[in-house]
Design a binder for this molecule. Structure first.
Ligand SMILES: [Zn+2]
Length: 512
């Protein structure tokens, strides 16, 4: 019996595990099978491999071929095992040198013509390869850029099976594999063109956006259609601190899994901005799908911003679904054979119209909504979800007077202030384990040493006593007041800071 073996990776969510791909050939009736918990696509690898090998000029022997993928306990999903299965089999057949492929990880799908095709999830797979201490990985040409984001592993690539076989052919000796060239994307630079200075007027909404960036607060913008809520939301990522290298690797790994093309071998440190349509399903938002469990919008927004425009139009089940990840920072999807976890620490930005018809503005005389419609519209954006949204502002129509205004500050200037304010928060909260003001539990702010003086909180104390503010609302106002203080460089909030925080909160309510 002849044997060939090489390495591949099985993914469960973002978690990659090294897989031994072992091929045996024995002199029995022709048969080709894959064992070790392959899914349907992986189990069909023999058809693709046999055809690819034949068209590449290296037909497989008409004998019994058995490929085992171990450990057998983890599911092997998709077509990314093809190249490894082909090479292990060709090593068993004596076509390639078994010793040369043994310590190399091979990822990629084979076309029937022998071409090596790109697959999803190359980045998390190569991260697993590097973590396991494997020094060489062969990936499809389409996935070279994302593979090169990983440190500590040399990336090789070949366009087809024939090229790979020639590299590894017994007679070609031990010449090292050619290394894939570094990939640059010139189009990348033109894409970063949005800037806060594009926004005309809207002083209060701009301040709310900056405070959201300062304290990582969730934000609700309430206003009639066409006032620039989307424009503001898109610009939040331009005033957020850049991602750390580890965060960026995570966000790129999620992109890699969803099949979003990564075109350059440099990490993009801009936080992601994800804006799903209000018709999106629970699976599209939270993750799921048939076969491989793919990350949803909330995971694509990990370390960045999830923007729900026309939030009141989203299905109630979708809005409900956001609560658990907002609390835990991750989402869990259960399947028959596996439990998949994806990270989902996102900053939520909601935009809503004052009513379903959008005209309940000012005096609201043009509004054609019935009282019942109004009530159910407002009920959708209330309760536990909205309780987590610290900042709720009204975005009014821009008056013609504002057209003459100079444009506002550019994002770079605002970002400077945000970075200072974040540094102050780190200094204050780091030993408590809270990264930003938004993470500080309400009770902590009501107790020593963070309790503010009675004169400072007089306005909200009164509102609480009169029932104009709930205790949760009180805590949110306190959290926001700390961000106001950080924004203006004060060590503790003043009465004015608390007042401003209260205004920003209560404004959103008085919308309709
Ligand atoms: Zn209306």
């Amino acid at each position: 019996m002849k044997l060939g073996r090489t390495l591949c990776v099985a993914l469960t969510g973002l978690e990659g595990r090294l897989v031994d791909v072992e091929a045996h050939i024995s002199a029995q009736l022709p048969h080709f099978s894959v064992t070790g918990l392959p899914d349907k696509a992986c189990g069909q690898a023999p058809d693709r491999v046999r055809s690819a090998a034949a068209t590449s000029g290296y037909p497989l022997p008409p004998q019994r071929i058995t490929v085992n993928l171990s450990p057998a306990s983890i599911p092997k999903q998709g077509t990314g095992f093809d190249v490894a299965i082909a090479l292990a089999t060709l090593a068993a057949a004596g076509v390639v040198d078994a010793r040369r492929i043994a310590g190399v990880a091979h990822l990629g799908e084979l076309g029937l013509d022998g071409s090596v095709r790109g697959v999803r999830g190359i980045l998390p797979s190569v991260l697993a390869v590097a973590k396991a201490g494997i020094r060489h990985v062969v990936v499809p040409p389409a996935n070279v850029a994302e593979a090169q984001l990983v440190d500590g592993v040399t990336v090789h690539s070949a366009a087809n099976l024939a090229t790979l076989v020639e590299w590894y052919a017994v007679r070609s000796g031990f010449a090292s594999l050619p290394v894939a060239e570094h990939v640059h994307d010139d189009a990348e630079e033109g894409r970063r063109s949005v800037d806060l200075c594009d926004v005309v007027g809207q002083a209060e909404a701009r301040l709310a956006l900056e405070l959201a960036a300062v304290g990582q607060h969730h934000l609700l913008m309430n206003g009639p259609p066409g006032v620039g809520k989307t424009m503001l939301a898109e610009r939040l990522v331009t005033i957020l601190p850049p991602l750390s290298r580890d965060q960026a690797l995570q966000t790129h790994a999620i992109r890699s899994l969803t099949g979003d093309a990564i075109r350059a071998s440099e990490l993009d440190l801009t936080p992601p901005f994800v804006a799903p349509h209000h018709s999106a399903s629970v699976a599209a938002i939270s993750g799921g799908g048939s076969g491989v469990v793919l990350p949803g919008a909330i995971s694509r927004a990990h370390c960045g911003v999830l923007f729900l425009d026309e939030a009141g139009e989203f299905k109630t089940s979708v809005l409900q679904q956001l609560r658990q990840p907002l609390e835990s920072g991750e989402v869990t999807i259960a399947r028959a054979k596996q439990l998949v976890r994806y990270p989902a620490q996102f900053q939520l930005v909601l935009a809503t119209n004052p009513c379903p018809c959008g005209r309940a503005w000012g005096k609201g005389i043009d509004c054609v909504c019935s009282a019942l419609e109004l009530r159910s519209y407002q009920a959708k954006l209330s309760g536990p979800l909205i309780d987590r949204v610290d900042i709720q502002v009204i975005v009014p129509p821009v008056s013609r007077a504002a057209f003459g205004d100079d444009h506002g500050e550019p994002s770079a200037v605002v970002l400077e202030r945000v970075l200072c304010a974040r540094a102050a928060q780190v200094e204050r909260w780091v030993r408590h384990g809270w990264p930003t003001n938004a993470h500080v539990p309400g009770h902590a702010l009501r107790r020593r040493p963070w309790r503010l003086g009675g004169a400072v909180t007089a306005s909200i104390d009164r509102a609480l006593d009169h029932g104009a503010l709930t205790l949760r609302g009180y805590d949110r106002t306190l959290r926001l007041a700390w961000s106001v203080a950080d924004r203006f460089g004060r060590t503790t909030p003043s009465a004015d800071d608390v007042g401003l925080a209260f205004t920003l909160r209560s404004h959103g309510k008085a919308a309709a």
